[in-house]
Design a protein around this ligand. Structure first.
Ligand SMILES: NC(=O)C1=CN([C@@H]2O[C@H](COP(=O)(O)OP(=O)(O)OC[C@H]3O[C@@H](n4cnc5c(N)ncnc54)[C@H](O)[C@@H]3O)[C@@H](O)[C@H]2O)C=CC1
Ligand SMILES: O=C(O)C(=O)COP(=O)(O)O
Length: 383
């Protein structure tokens, strides 16, 4: 549904897989930022692979209700985003946007241009980073990278993430101070950078009330999602001088003509390296799921890997996480007089997923019965 790096698509051998940008009955879709919310989900769909991090463009709940895992590529574009964030930070600190605009407007001889440059440069006095405080909201793959890079630049770093993972906490440089709220970060930081996903909880996270309590003359960086920031409130804070510069990856009408906003066209992940990393990771996850039923890096399913066992079919069942589902699955197999060689069941929130390796071939009527069992969302038989 988007341009996916050829290295990722090559993970699907064409003898086994057909790849197309239009297909009425796909087993899986790979996408980047294409919006799927209004898409008629085809009955054939078994998996979604997001070659990137954010999944706010995908109706994850609707996919879950159909037992379809949504895979993404955690961390695969984090370095690309970190580098762009640092670029934005340097641009804001040294007034590079307006300074470059000024230089581009100069005409005349070299001597005339030089004279005008020397006379004009006082408008572009910036600030240096050592000793300044960077506030990082969201300490996941990108936030941790940005925090660590800022520490290396001599900045003080304060971070807020109430759901920080053990992995992120391990990766974070010692010395990053822990904040207990968004407001604490806004009040303490010279520069604030946002690295949270867009969800119902984070939409409008940076709003007028919060900006009213932010440090005077702050730089705000948003390379996460447009919706996390209230654009009207940002414009007001810029007009009041509360915000010095807003640097983001999302152009908007409200920012038209402003020299204190640097809006890039959503290019955080637009490096060849990131595009390849994301495409390969998402493609491998989707292929593995289609071929084995194993699940790694799904945002809505538990992680589950079971080496193939037994001499027959592999049955996979996604179901509502309610009592007696496992009993019904194993009874269905037992009633067909088949032996279960191995099985693994895991749950995550409202959803549970089972992989069952069987000694023998599962009759069609058993599969049909399982599919119509209350609470069952999706059933697959992998030969
Ligand atoms: N501009 C671009 O091209 C790109 C933008 N992104 C955006 O950046 C977001 C973050 O990406 P990653 O770091 O890879 O994701 P991640 O999942 O590794 O990290 C997100 C972190 O945000 C934290 N978080 C969630 N809600 C929070 C809240 N209310 N307050 C504080 N922390 C909160 C989570 O606990 C998690 O640690 C993505 O969801 C995506 O929207 C990601 C890649 C490229
Ligand atoms: O990975 C993400 O969340 C991104 O925003 C990157 O988007 P893209 O794949 O470049 O359209």
């Amino acid at each position: 549904m988007n341009n996916i790096s050829a290295r990722g698509l090559d993970r699907f051998p064409r003898e086994q897989f057909e790849i197309a940008s239009e297909m009425s009955n796909p087993d899986a879709v790979l996408l980047r930022s294409a919006k799927l919310h209004d898409w008629d989900i085809p009955d054939t769909l078994k998996a979604v692979g997001r070659a990137g991090a954010g999944v706010n463009n995908i109706p994850v709940d609707a996919m879950s209700k159909r037992g379809i895992p949504v895979f993404n590529a955690p961390g695969a574009n984090a370095n690309a985003v970190k580098e762009l964030v640092l670029g934005g930070l340097f641009m804001a600190a040294r007034c590079m946007g307006p300074a470059w605009e000024f230089s581009r407007g100069l005409t005349g001889t070299n001597a005339e241009m030089n004279q005008a440059a020397e006379a004009g440069k006082k408008q572009f006095t910036g600030f240096e980073l050592p000793g300044r405080t960077l506030g990082v909201i969201g300490l996941g793959a990108i936030g941790v990278n940005v925090a660590n890079a800022a520490m290396a630049l001599g900045m003080r770093v304060i971070g807020y993430d109430p759901q920080i993972t053990v992995r992120s906490a391990w990766n974070l440089e010692a010395g990053v101070r822990r904040a207990h709220s968004v407001d604490e970060v806004l009040a303490a930081a010279d520069v604030v950078t946002l690295h949270v996903p867009e969800t119902d909880d984070t939409r409008g996270l940076i709003n007028g009330a919060r900006l009213a309590g932010s440090r005077e003359g702050q730089v705000l960086l948003n390379f996460a999602r447009a919706g996390i920031v209230d654009e009207t409130a940002v414009v007001k804070a810029l007009d009041q001088g509360r915000l010095r510069t807003y640097v983001c990856d999302f152009p908007a009408a409200a920012f038209e003509g402003r020299t204190d906003v640097i809006a890039l066209p959503h290019i955080g992940a637009s490096t060849n390296e990131a595009q390849e990393n994301c495409a390969v990771m998402a493609a491998d996850e989707v292929r593995d799921y289609l071929e084995t039923g194993n699940i790694v890096n799904a945002v809505n399913f538990p992680e589950l890997m079971l080496p193939r066992n037994g001499s027959g079919d592999r049955l996979t069942v996604a179901n509502a996480n309610v009592p007696n589902m496992l009993g019904q699955i194993s009874s269905a197999v037992a009633e067909a007089d088949l032996n279960i060689a191995d099985m693994y069941n895991k749950s995550r929130g409202d959803l549970a997923y089972s992989v069952v390796d069987i000694d023998g071939k599962l009759p069609d009527d058993v599969v049909t019965r399982l599919r119509s069992t209350e609470g069952v969302l999706a059933v697959r038989v992998i030969e």
